[in-house]
Write a protein that binds this ligand. Structure first.
Ligand code: IFM
Length: 458
């Protein structure tokens, strides 16, 4: 007999998407070009030269998509707003058709009794702002606040959960360090750190604007953090872990908590002659702005990453208390990401105990497996069901430990455009046939439907 692990009564069950990954209609109804339009239209940047031009055509099919959400029993839907639909040049001229689209989407959600959770920036920066300097310059942070004021001014009466940024570390690090994401710059540590600062600054400036325009709302920011132990207790591996953690996680959490940027980064910066004290881009008062109190942190967490210092040969990197190698391929999703549900508890515990975050939503968690419809049309994505079930069990344990976890959003509701991997990776609980745009509920969607209905997992 299995016991049901019940979640608190007001626990929020949802699913998540992002504008560029699902909307399509990349140049319709007055939308401006984004850096992802430009990047995906540049040959060789995205696998198979895929782009979000059409994606899953959600822009035209949002009504049937919301009907599907209602059929599933979603209580909340996390989506993002495409800045260049609202302001085609990033600032100045407003595109009313873009505002109307989101207004209709929100009304349709509310009619279906689904709470909208809106992210203001999920990576589709207006190309014009990139050309004016992008996130490395302060004026982009100012433009973000103008955009925030406009869109929250219109939707603030109906949307009561706002997230400023999605995964700012990915914007900075993949955009300016390894170049896998738009704008595709490699090895530019200065622009990486400047981007991180301006993303955080724009967040801090935006919080009071959102509160003003959306009385009674909750405001937060979405951080990605995975469980990242060092491969061994050696100094080299532990140092590598600290450096990774500094640039991916602590840079953001420390600043949001009102502390300093991590010492590891001060070192990075100082080797380029750019100590924070004398860099003009960190201005007096900025750190206080970034630490403006927020209502919640959104956590995106997927996997364990064991960190090893690859500069040191393994046999010289002692003592070795290596993690056992995972037993089989089922421990990895098709992204090559290790499945390690217990890691979620470590990350949630860290947010709670190290940073005293008042409220946490898991805003993304999920897995890429490509299971397709069988002859009977059914999609038997058993590994995804197992992944989600095991992570929900851990989420439940976190609540038992007193961690203020208030909701869970599966990534993703639909198969969609997975950035540099194009359409090759399928994270959805709903299958999408990219030729016909047909949607089919996978076994995982039917399973999640039962979980939400029962407010618990076996
Ligand atoms: O698809 C992305 C999403 O846009 C941001 N978080 C991780 C997901 C899977 O890679």
């Amino acid at each position: 007999m299995t016991t049901k692990l019940l979640f608190p009564e007001n626990f929020i069950w949802g699913a998540a998407t992002a504008s560029y990954q699902i909307e399509g209609a990349w140049d319709q109804d007055g939308k401006g070009e984004s850096i992802w339009d430009r990047f995906s239209h540049s040959p060789g940047k995205v696998l198979n030269n895929d782009s979000g031009d059409v994606a899953i055509d959600h822009y035209h099919r949002y009504r049937e998509d919301v009907a599907l959400m209602q059929e599933l029993g979603l209580q909340a839907y996390r989506f993002s707003i495409a800045w260049p639909r609202i302001l085609p040049e990033g600032r100045g001229r407003i595109n009313q058709a873009g505002i109307d689209f989101y207004s209709r989407l929100v009304d349709t959600l509310l009619e279906a009794k689904i709470s909208p959770f809106a992210t203001l920036y999920h990576w589709d920066l207006p190309q014009a702002l990139y050309e004016a300097g992008g996130w490395p310059v302060r004026s982009t942070a100012e433009a973000f606040v103008e955009y925030t004021d406009i869109i929250t001014g219109v939707l603030g009466d109906r949307i009561k959960h706002w997230m400023t940024h999605n995964e700012p570390s990915v914007v900075a690090n993949l955009g300016y360090l390894n170049g896998e994401h738009a704008p595709g710059i490699q090895g530019d540590m200065t622009s990486t750190l400047r981007s991180a600062h301006h993303l955080l600054l724009s967040h801090g400036w935006a919080v009071p604007v959102i509160r003003q325009n959306s009385p009674g709302c909750e405001v937060g920011i979405v951080i990605n953090a995975n469980h990242t132990p060092s491969a061994s207790t050696s100094v080299a591996d532990r140092q590598a872990r600290l450096e990774q953690d500094a640039i991916w996680v602590r840079l953001y959490l420390e600043a949001l908590a009102g502390r300093h940027y991590p010492a590891e980064l001060t070192h990075f910066i100082s080797t380029q002659g750019l100590l924070p004290e004398d860099t003009p881009y960190i201005q007096s008062g900025d750190m206080e702005v970034i630490a403006t109190p927020i209502d919640f942190i959104g956590l995106n967490s997927y996997r364990r990453i064991v960190i090893r210092n690859t500069d040191v040969p393994e046999d010289q990197n002692l003592p070795q208390t290596l993690f056992p190698s995972p037993e089989n391929d089922e421990n990895y999703t098709e992204m090559g990401w290790e499945v390690y549900p217990e890691g979620l508890l470590q990350v949630l515990g860290r947010l709670h105990f190290e940073y005293q975050i008042p409220k946490i939503y898991i805003t993304e968690n999920g897995a890429s497996y490509s299971d397709a419809p069988g002859d009977d049309g059914r999609i038997r994505d058993a590994l995804r069901v197992r992944y989600l079930r095991d992570h929900l069990r851990v989420a439940h344990k976190a609540i038992e430990f007193g961690i203020p976890l208030a909701g869970y959003f599966v990534w993703s509701l639909f198969d969609n455009f997975e950035w540099a991997f194009g359409y090759s990776q399928r994270f959805g609980i709903v299958w999408v046939d990219y030729e016909t745009q047909q949607r089919i509920l996978k076994d995982s969607a039917l399973w999640y439907q039962r979980v939400m209905k029962a407010n618990g997992v076996d």
